[in-house]
Ligand binder design. Structure first.
Ligand code: ADP
Length: 289
């Protein structure tokens, strides 16, 4: 039988938003991706809590949406970064899937198209920003332009190097405009990545997820870790901090991101928008109809 170490709701010894927040000491190379920092429960506890917290997330998201409908331009932007198999897709399905899809603006960023290549790298990002009242989700993001681009020398260093300051300025502009940014970097161990890729090869229903290029990228793991470390060192601002998530245990990573979103929404301190009609008059009109 599954063990319940503590009563549900009390299983975080340190809030996710606190323990996962990157600091000057964060070292990507030293992460043990199998750990579940701050969470004291079992997988069963974590899964049960995810369902419970999903309801909280959904209720908060409805309030955000309602305010958006009333002209409030504030939004949340979840930036999901991580190598192939880190669990970005599952995060969208299992975490974002718990809220009303009407309130979600989802965008994924792959290799730039011919049209995108003719613009500044932030062009496609600006075009995909969440509308007021929405939770925007970026499955990959502008950070690819300082990650894959640096790892594979797609442009010279003197071109990508200034992008860190540019990204910080861009995010500041978004935050000042009412977008609360939640940046998440997911990390899986090389062994876990191997086993996830193996599963994609072994199961015909997962072949569609397999991309031979993913094995090639595995050869660049140390370079990616260096590139992620640089991203965290250079873009972990007070207004848009990074959260580093050890993601070998999918249930933990999903629960952690759910908590980060709840925390972000709670910080908006939302109330239900006031009716723009006279409620008593409308009640009377309804009764008379
Ligand atoms: P996924 O593999 O995540 O399902 P896609 O196959 O659509 O999604 O595209 C992801 C690939 O696109 C990744 O290899 C990623 O590094 C690459 N990519 C994303 N943005 C850029 C960019 N700006 N420049 C080059 N490659 C990029």
């Amino acid at each position: 039988m599954a063990k319940h170490s503590k009563k549900s709701g009390n299983l975080w010894s340190t809030p996710a938003a606190e323990i996962l927040r990157a600091t000057d000491e964060t070292s990507v190379a030293d992460l043990d991706c199998s750990l579940t920092p701050g969470f004291e429960g079992t997988k069963t506890d974590g899964q049960a809590l995810l369902a419970e917290r999903g309801e909280v997330l959904s209720a908060l998201q409805e309030k955000l949406y309602a305010n958006g409908r009333s002209g409030d331009l504030r939004s949340i932007l979840l930036v999901l970064q991580g190598m192939d198999t880190a669990g970005k897709g599952g995060m969208v399905r299992h975490v974002i899937g718990m809220v009303d899809p009407q309130g979600v603006d989802l965008a994924s960023f792959g290799v730039p198209t011919q049209e995108e290549k003719q613009h500044h790298y932030l062009w496609r990002i600006r075009n995909a920003l969440p509308r007021g009242g929405r939770i925007g989700v970026f499955d990959r993001s502008h950070y690819e332009d300082v990650l894959v681009v640096a790892v594979h020398d797609l442009v010279p260093r003197q071109v990508w190097e200034p992008r860190f300051d540019e990204i910080n300025a861009f995010e500041k502009e978004l935050v000042d405009g009412g977008t609360h940014i939640v940046k998440v970097a997911l990390f899986v161990s090389p062994e876990e990545q191997r086993s996830r890729l193996q599963e994609r090869l072994d199961r015909p229903d997962k072949h569609w997820k397999y991309n031979p290029g993913d094995v090639t990228e595995r050869g660049f793991l140390p370079q990616y870790r260096t590139a992620y470390q640089r991203v965290i060192d250079r873009t972990n601002t007070d207004y848009a901090p990074w959260h580093v998530i050890q993601a070998d245990r999918k249930w933990y990573a999903r629960l952690a991101v759910t908590e980060l979103l709840i925390d972000a929404l709670q910080k908006l301190d939302l109330d239900w928008p006031k009716a723009d009609f006279d409620v008593e008059v409308e009640k009377q009109r309804l009764a008379d109809s």
